[in-house]
Design a protein around this ligand. Structure first.
Ligand code: PAF
Length: 283
């Protein structure tokens, strides 16, 4: 695997390559990332990964400074798997050589709801850096995990609306045996919090099962899920049942007609904010 830090070196490596499959990451790689690389390998050649902790997508009180930066370990993991041909690991000066005055602002309907309501600049930061990375790597396909469900939808919408010739592939969420979705932020959890954390996925399954058991008022189901998190010491931001196609609230008729749904949640456990989601139909 070639490790390059400059856009020029990246372009030298990729000259003439028309089937690049790309996996953007912020590093601190775990099994889920490696699985994204394997999916990329099935859909293109060569595979390019990037590692860049993108300041623009962190809020002022978020964990940008303490976000784990583990480049040497990450390189060893990628070399062990042998799926990646080039790792692009630019520093901030390379990717943001001047103040970033041009920014991609996802529209309100997708960008300002759910995660966007609690992390106002998050999708602006993600969209801006993903567009930059796409412009550097020029991939034919790019792989994103479904754990960041709304991010995946924002990136897909951006590609559609800017006519980017990149196919976005979604990888299923990778979970530990007890159901906890793999995330770099899981490393912030204490032992007691780690034992509690799988409750979040269990709760999503309960919401799905409630809606499958018969018509129920969505607002009541969502409020009940929030209360059960609070009762166990979590601080939930939202538990929301939405249509998969646009993340808007489904009507009761749509639910009963088998509209593809997703229940999404974000909740803080101690100092760690976890997100998760579950796709389902109620009938
Ligand atoms: O999901 C992530 O790791 C990041 O949001 C991404 C897509 C690499 C952009 O910084």
């Amino acid at each position: 695997m070639k490790v390059v830090h400059s856009i020029e070196a990246l372009r030298d490596q990729l000259r003439g390559q028309l089937r690049v499959a790309f996996v953007p990451t912020m590093g601190n790689l775990h099994a889920a990332h490696l699985s994204l690389m394997r999916l990329a390998r099935q859909h293109g050649d060569p595979v390019v990964a990037s590692i860049f902790v993108n300041r623009l997508q962190f809020g002022p009180n978020e964990d940008f400074d303490r976000y784990p930066r583990t480049l040497q370990d990450d390189i060893a993991k990628l070399e062990g798997e042998r799926d990646v041909y080039v790792l692009f690991a630019p520093d901030e000066r390379e990717l943001y050589p001047e103040p970033q005055n041009f920014r991609i602002q996802p529209g309100q309907a997708l960008g300002q709801i759910l995660e966007g309501a609690f992390r106002p600049d998050f999708f602006m930061g993600v969209s801006t850096v993903v567009l930059k990375l796409f412009s550097c790597v020029q991939p034919r396909v790019a792989v994103f995990g479904k754990k960041d469900y709304q991010q995946l939808m924002v990136v897909r919408a951006m590609c559609r609306q800017f006519q980017l010739p990149v196919e976005i592939l979604a990888h299923e969420t990778v979970r530990d045996a007890d159901g906890l979705a793999l995330s770099s932020r899981n490393r912030y959890l204490s032992a007691a919090e780690r034992a509690e954390a799988p409750y979040l996925y269990g709760l999503l399954q309960q919401v799905r099962d409630t809606l499958r058991a018969g018509p129920s008022d969505l607002a009541v189901v969502e409020a009940g899920a929030m209360q059960s998190l609070q009762a166990r010491g979590w601080a939930p931001d939202y538990v929301a049942v939405r249509r998969q196609r646009d993340l808007q609230a489904p009507s009761q008729d749509e639910i009963q007609a088998g509209e593809p749904l997703v229940v999404l949640t974000a909740a803080r456990l101690g100092g760690t904010r976890l997100i998760d989601n579950l796709e389902f139909t109620a009938v």
